[in-house]
Design a protein. Structure first.
Length: 314
């Protein structure tokens, strides 16, 4: 199969487009014929070697964790999915393996693709969509009437978080530049703050939830705009969050939460239902071929994408 492979840590130019063997699958996996994948921040950070002290690569490596495609083969006869099913998946193997013509996907993190969208859009959901869902539903325990501020609201996780918060009845404030008028028109946040012209950390508004989807703020920087009993949550764990959690004891019930996203079939089913009911939209920033994964990674590292960056494999 063709794949985008790396043999060393480095910049986007380290990708090699070449033939490698199809992945073997275990009894709890399916072999997916990949039609599309997506780029998440974790992909380019791992490619650069940012995580090498706790996630060492045994090169060569095929990165990428999100795929949408068709089941080619099941690892056992006891499988809810069958060859020919259109699926989308959050890969779980070390470094993933999404940027290839075939990928090994875990059964318990694979689900039938939403019917109302194509593979390009479906590939944008698994990691970012589950991150937003699990953060708001499970960690924050979002309720109607809460006021939720989302940083990085135009990005992958952020644009899902805005929509999911509204689905749960929250009032939403999107923090992103004004360079995304079409996205803001489509997602319809209740409020918008352009961080380039407004210091939202010094504004008088107070929020029940601050979802730092961009990874640009800390609990300490946000605590003054959190209501008493409010929650600061980030999808980017940092060692200093332990200190912040201790400090939150003295912050009138203001809480710190972090999220280690857990890929689960039932959450993919929930997200697919939202999409098919017209309640969740996937916004695509750009589409790149498998041969040009390097360009997709360069785009991701610009920190200015609108929605999801997609790799079209077929």
């Amino acid at each position: 199969m063709k794949a985008a492979v790396i043999y060393e840590y480095g910049g986007p130019e380290v990708f090699k487009y070449e033939d490698i063997p199809d992945p073997d699958i275990g009894k709890n996996e399916i072999l997916v014929k990949v039609f599309a994948a997506s780029v998440n921040p974790v992909d380019w950070k791992q490619r650069k070697g940012n995580h090498k002290f706790f996630l060492k690569a045994k090169f060569p490596v095929v990165p990428g964790y999100d795929v949408s495609g068709i089941v080619e083969r099941c690892g056992s006869d006891d499988c809810d999915l069958k060859p020919g099913d259109e699926v989308y998946c959050r890969l779980r193997r070390k470094f993933g393996g999404a940027f290839a013509e075939y990928a090994a996907a875990p059964l318990d993190a694979s689900a039938l693709k939403p019917k109302n969208i194509d593979h390009l859009h479906a590939a944008g959901i698994p990691l970012a969509g589950q991150t937003a869902l699990q953060a708001l539903r499970d960690k924050v325990k979002i309720e109607p009437g809460m006021h939720v501020l989302v940083t990085g609201a135009a990005g992958g996780v952020g644009h899902f978080a805005l929509q999911i918060a509204k689905l749960y009845g929250a009032e939403t404030t999107a923090v992103c530049s004004s360079n995304h008028p079409e996205l803001l028109r489509r997602l319809k946040p209740d409020h918008h703050i352009d961080y380039r012209t407004t210091d939202y950390l010094a504004a008088p508004d107070r929020y029940d939830v601050i979802f730092d989807a961009a990874g640009v703020e800390s609990f300490l920087s946000c605590r003054n705009i959190l209501k008493n009993g409010g929650v600061y949550i980030t999808s980017l764990p940092r060692p200093k969050l332990i200190i912040h959690k201790l400090l939150s004891v003295f912050s009138r019930g203001k809480r710190v939460r972090t999220l280690l996203q857990r890929p689960r079939t039932r959450d993919l089913d929930t997200l697919a239902k939202m999409v098919d009911e017209g309640k969740l939209e996937v916004i695509i920033d750009s589409v790149h071929s498998l041969e040009n994964v390097s360009e997709a990674h360069r785009r991701a590292e610009e920190y200015s994408s609108e929605g999801k960056i997609i790799v079209q494999v077929r």
